[in-house]
Structure formats: structure tokens, C-alpha cells
Ligand binder design. Structure first.
Ligand SMILES: C[S@@+](CC[C@H](N)C(=O)[O-])C[C@H]1O[C@@H](n2cnc3c(N)ncnc32)[C@H](O)[C@@H]1O
Length: 232
């Protein structure tokens, strides 16, 4: 397993040198909860955020945030499932965001006007969303890069400085992964931040309509996939 999934072709089960919850997780999360994250924002993320902010502030329905959306398949599916919502898919990879996936998707998923796909760095984007108090009803993080080596724990979202902002966004927050330890760690980190989550295996019914290309690949290769859900 590479440290970061480089393509959706990599569907091997996660291998990690970490036997359980990272020994420093509590210390890392507490540090981030107690210290302001003041890294300067990147100009391109601020610019795209400001464009979206105008639309979000004048939108009267619910907002759905699909973080790490990759090619935006889940963004389009969520738009279809939530026709009254504005669904915003965010990924830092221009290559993924701009990939033409529409020829592989049902036409009705592509002909909607209630979703946006943007290239932005979530380390900045999350802080901007939280500061602007976007009314995010549902927040998804589907198959985040796992960073399975123990020394890379701070590259996982729950080990990052932006984590306090992540858990503050969304009435509902849903993560999925093929590595249950990632979700167990996120669950523990969120508990330290005051949010209780429920971890369960994705049901067979949900698995029959995969939300993302990574999910489809893991299911096709016989792996279990897991969901961590938070509700206010
Ligand atoms: C494993 S892929 C999953 C993509 C998609 N959710 C799926 O399941 O098919 C993880 C995605 O997270 C994106 N990502 C990682 N770090 C990011 C960051 N700081 N800001 C925005 N996107 C990021 C990557 O570019 C990549 O597309």
C-alpha cells in the first residue's frame, strides 16, 4: 500500500505498522483544540471560497459539503438525493475535479444545477467555512487518504491542525473508510472535541449503490467498508 492512494486502481487492504489507536492521538488533538491554527491562507482557496460564499449567503436551502470529493461522483449523487440543497464538492486535485466522468455516469446525475465542484485546499477551506458560519446540514468525508504509517498520524484529518474546524461543521457529519482504525481514531478525537459518533459497517443495501469510485473499488475487491456518523 502506498502512503497516499495515488489512483482509484489501488484497492488492496490497508497495511499499517500501527496496531491500534495512535499512542499520541489524545495529546495531538488536545494541542490542536487549545492552540489557534494561524497558517496563512492560500490565495486560490480564498478566491474560490469568496465566489461560493456569495452564492451560499443568498441561498435559502440547506448546504451539503462533500470534502475530498475526488472526481465528484458523490457530489452529483448527493445533489440528486437532495434536490433542495446546494451541494459543494471540494478537492485539492485539479486533475480529479476536472476529470470528465460524465460519460460513465447516468445522464440524470449530470444534468442537475444544484452542485458545484471546486479545487481548493481543505486546510484553508474548512477554516473559511467555519468563520463564515455556512449553514451546512450535511458534511461528508468519503474515503480520506489514510496515511497508514504511524509517523504520519498528523496527516490524517483527526491529527491535523484543522480538525477542530472539521468537527464544528455540519449538523450531520459522515465519514467512510476501508480502514476501521482511521474511523476509530476520528471517533475518539471527536469525542475529545465534544462530538459523539457511531461507527458501523456500511450495509449491503448501501453497498449496492456505491457513492464514490474508491468505494466501488473496495467493494468489488471484497473489502469491508465502514461508516462513522455524527448527528447533532
Ligand atoms: C482517496 S481519495 C478519495 C476520493 C473520493 N472521495 C472517492 O472516494 O472516490 C482522497 C481525496 O482527498 C483529496 N484531498 C486530500 N487532501 C486534501 C486537501 N488538503 N484538500 C482537498 N482535498 C484533499 C485528494 O486529492 C483525493 O482526491
Amino acid at each position: 500500500m502506498t502512503e497516499e492512494h495515488s489512483s482509484v486502481g489501488n484497492s488492496k487492504a490497508i497495511e499499517s505498522n500501527q496496531p491500534g489507536i495512535h499512542e499520541n492521538l489524545e495529546k495531538i488533538v488536545s494541542k490542536h483544540l487549545n492552540h489557534a491554527f494561524e497558517k496563512p491562507y492560500q490565495a486560490h482557496t480564498v478566491e474560490i471560497f469568496n465566489q461560493l460564499d456569495q452564492e451560499v449567503q443568498s441561498f435559502s436551502g440547506p448546504v451539503i459539503l462533500d470534502a475530498c470529493c475526488g472526481v465528484g461522483q458523490s457530489t452529483r449523487i448527493l445533489a440528486k438525493l437532495n434536490p433542495d440543497a446546494l451541494v459543494i464538492g471540494v478537492d485539492k486535485s485539479a486533475h480529479r475535479i476536472n476529470r470528465n466522468v460524465e460519460e460513465h455516469l447516468p445522464e440524470e446525475l449530470c444534468k442537475q444545477d444544484n452542485y458545484r465542484l471546486v479545487r481548493a485546499d481543505l486546510n484553508d477551506f474548512y477554516r473559511l467555512v467555519a468563520k463564515a458560519k455556512w449553514p451546512v446540514a450535511k458534511h461528508y468525508i468519503l474515503y480520506p487518504n489514510p496515511w497508514p504509517k504511524a509517523k504520519h498520524v498528523q496527516r490524517r484529518w483527526h491529527g491535523s491542525a484543522v480538525f477542530p474546524f472539521i468537527v464544528s461543521i455540519g449538523e450531520q457529519l459522515t465519514l467512510r473508510s476501508n480502514w476501521p482504525l482511521y474511523l476509530e481514531e476520528f471517533q475518539m478525537a471527536a469525542k475529545i472535541a465534544g462530538r459523539e459518533g457511531q461507527l458501523m459497517e456500511v450495509t449491503d443495501q448501501a453497498k449496492s449503490s456505491p457513492l464514490t469510485p474508491f468505494e466501488a473499488k473496495y467493494i468489488a475487491s471484497g473489502q469491508s467498508v465502514w461508516q462513522l456518523s455524527f448527528d447533532r
